[in-house]
Design a protein around this ligand. Sequence first.
Ligand code: ZN
Length: 71
Amino acid sequence: MNEKRVYEVGDIVFLKKPHPCGSNEWNILRVGADFRLECRGCGHQIMVERRLVEKNTKKLVRLGEESQKNT
Ligand SMILES: [Zn+2]
C-alpha cells in the first residue's frame, strides 16, 4: 500500500504508539525531512523523521475541515 498523506502545520496526527503520558494526539508544529510534534497530553515536543511519522500515523485530522463540518 502506498498511501500518501499531506501533513500540514496545525494538523493533528494520531500515532499508533501512545506517548507515555497516555495521549496519542500530536500537534504538528513543523514539517520537512523531520517533523516537530507537540504532545496534546503533556505538551512535550519531539523531532521525528518524516518516514517514521508516516509509518506510525493512525489518523490525520485537519482542524479547519473539522470546524467546517460542525457549522
Ligand atoms: Zn505526552
